[in-house]
Design a binder for this molecule. Sequence first.
Ligand code: S3P
Length: 177
Amino acid sequence: MKHNIILIGFMGSGKSSVGAVLARKLSYKFCDSDRLIEDSSGLTISQIFERYGEEHFRDMETQLLQDMLDNMDYTVLSTGGGMPLREQNRQLLRQLGYVVYLKASKETTIRRLKGDKSRPLLKAENFEERVDKLLAARTPLYEKAANKIIVTDDKTINQIVADIIREWSAIIKRRVK
Ligand code: S3P
């Protein structure tokens, strides 16, 4: 039995902030898939998109999940917003652990991401339209990949962390019985 919690969700949904606090509270390790890819390639996510394109980045994400299958335990993993797009990745995520989707409304997402310069997929003439389109296409995939959906709009990081810990403790108890 693996003791991993995987956070998925759209850009700006709070995966990294929630993940770091969650890991600290559980005394688990914390990993962020974007940071791992940047560290291993020596390039930023934007540079990878510019030099090699999105598909190459998606291959790197799939490879990362495959590599983690054998050696990840007692870890909270925050994932890039596009990680659950591939069916193969959705399966790998489920194999790796308990998958929690941090869901934010379109309005919250737009408010949080406005002015962001670091995310290649948001470099669009009409930013709100881009977010709207991506959200519409991705929401069903996030829902499909998730064991648990948490709506985050009106919650603080600590409240979200407490929700996840409550669910996780119940799962661990059931597994031990
Ligand atoms: C992406 C989200 C980003 C990063 C890359 C692509 C996406 O991660 O992986 O820019 O496709 O949604 P965050 O969700 O951490 O911003």
